[in-house]
Design a protein around this ligand. Structure first.
Ligand SMILES: [Cu+2]
Length: 194
């Protein structure tokens, strides 16, 4: 703070010129960066955007499917069976976001998990109708069997989470058993990838 004005006074270059150069450099740098991104992968833009850019940096061209399978904001770049996938554990579950509604549907309606992994489902209700989220063995979920893990009364724009370990062979499923919803098709499948 004390020595700050010294450089400016001793230099014959006026402050505005330095500022101009700095701005010009910034413009050039921005342009170069933009050009690199566009040239690197034209189709990356919308989906891979934010979370992918840091992690995916080195493997841009190599793995075009990462952005697509990630789909509706699951947040994780790699899916089970894809290189770079990290399975959830009891200590550090993998977070999978699920959207309930609008209407009587889940998005995504099919979810891949690794055998034995622990997943925390974060279920958000879209639309005015409250939903439930039950996950477990497919037959138990279909029958709405007592004791099957479930979160209920998830109101509009509310998120509730449920953690489950897929330690059996499957098949597994998830569903909403609010009155009439399952019958209307509000269910999904879980694919266990060994
Ligand atoms: Cu529902």
């Amino acid at each position: 703070m004390i020595t700050e004005p010294r450089t400016q006074r001793s230099l014959p270059i006026p402050g505005w010129a330095i500022l101009l150069v700095a701005v010009a450099a910034l413009v050039v740098a921005t342009a170069a960066l933009t050009a690199t991104l566009v040239a690197g992968n034209g189709s990356f833009g919308m989906m891979g955007g934010r979370p992918g850019s840091m992690m995916g940096g080195g493997s841009y061209g190599g793995n075009g499917s990462a952005g697509m399978t990630g789909g509706l904001g699951t947040g994780s770049a790699a899916q089970p069976g894809v290189s770079g996938f990290v399975a959830g554990t009891v200590a550090s579950p993998r977070v999978i976001r699920v959207y309930a509604g609008p209407g009587y549907a889940f998005s995504p309606s099919s979810i891949s998990v690794a055998r034995g992994e622990t997943v925390t489902f974060v279920v958000t209700t879209m639309g005015p109708t409250a939903h439930e989220f039950m996950v477990g063995p497919a037959d138990a979920v279909a029958a709405d069997a007592p004791g099957t893990p479930e979160v209920a009364d998830i109101g509009m724009m509310q998120a509730k989470s449920l953690t489950y370990t897929f330690d059996g062979p499957g098949p597994y499923a998830f569903a909403c058993h609010a009155t009439g919803h399952y019958e209307a098709g509000m269910r999904g499948t879980i694919v266990v990838v060994s």
